[in-house]
Write a protein that binds this ligand. Structure first.
Ligand code: DX5
Ligand code: ZN
Length: 218
């Protein structure tokens, strides 16, 4: 399914009200809920772990998309699988055994995601295509919400689209997605658009989307 899916990142939500925030964004049309896990080591910020993911799971009806910005990652995959993730994404840069990491994610019956930092090329991708269900092109350096979209990544998205061909692999964009940049990434071939600050900034549980109170308007 290559239709455009909006995946609000709860990194920009109210951390004291994840349940209500998840219900509110789904009620307003969110397709997936994107959950940013940070370890203060792979990225210079800390968020939360598998217990928090398990706690918010019952508040999400649709796809729970867990983005692991942690290293090492392999030893923690089981915990996020048991926490109820539908998609588990790990970074190519997070360790020497990315192929094994993708295998491990699938071994729990989960969709495997491969994330690439802005400075990382596509060299390894052909050798991972049969192991991945999603490739996440980071359009900011991971660690924080509200950063500026890095336009040089659009070429990478186009090249990735060509590499994937007809395979059922999602291309996800993470970072700096706004009503201005969303059409650019969609035209380049992406189908899952993560949006944190564009959905939640200035909003509240009752009114999380500043864009006409309609997430689809992104
Ligand atoms: C960055 C995170 C993103 C982030 C996106 O490390 O992976 O998911 O929350 O936030 P915005 O949409 O504000 O750039
Ligand atoms: Zn993310």
């Amino acid at each position: 399914d290559r239709s455009i899916k909006i995946a609000p990142s709860i990194l920009s939500a109210d951390f004291a009200n994840f349940g209500a925030e998840c219900r509110a964004i789904e009620a307003q049309g969110a397709d997936w809920v994107h959950v940013d896990v940070m370890d203060g080591h792979f990225v210079p910020n800390l968020t939360f772990g598998p217990a928090t993911c398990a706690a918010i799971r019952p508040h999400i009806k649709g796809t729970m998309d867990v983005h692991l910005m942690i290293a090492p990652v392999d030893a923690y995959i089981e915990a996020y699988a048991k926490a109820g993730a539908d998609v588990i994404t790990a970074h190519l840069e997070a360790g020497p055994h990315i192929h094994r990491t993708m295998q491990a994610i699938r071994s729990y019956g989960k969709k495997s995601g491969l994330a690439l930092n802005p400075g990382t090329g596509l060299e390894a991708v052909p050798y991972l295509l049969d192991m991945v269900d999603l490739i996440c092109v980071m359009t900011v350096n991971p660690g924080f919400g509200g950063q500026k979209f890095i336009h040089s990544q659009l070429d990478k998205v186009r090249a990735l689209r060509a590499m994937i061909g007809d395979r059922p692999i999602h291309i996800e964009i993470d970072g700096g997605v706004t009503p201005e940049t969303a059409p650019l990434v969609a035209a380049a071939g992406a189908d899952v658009l993560v949006a944190g600050s564009a959905v939640f900034k200035g909003g509240s549980v009752d009114n999380p989307a500043p864009y006409g109170n309609n997430i689809r308007s992104i």
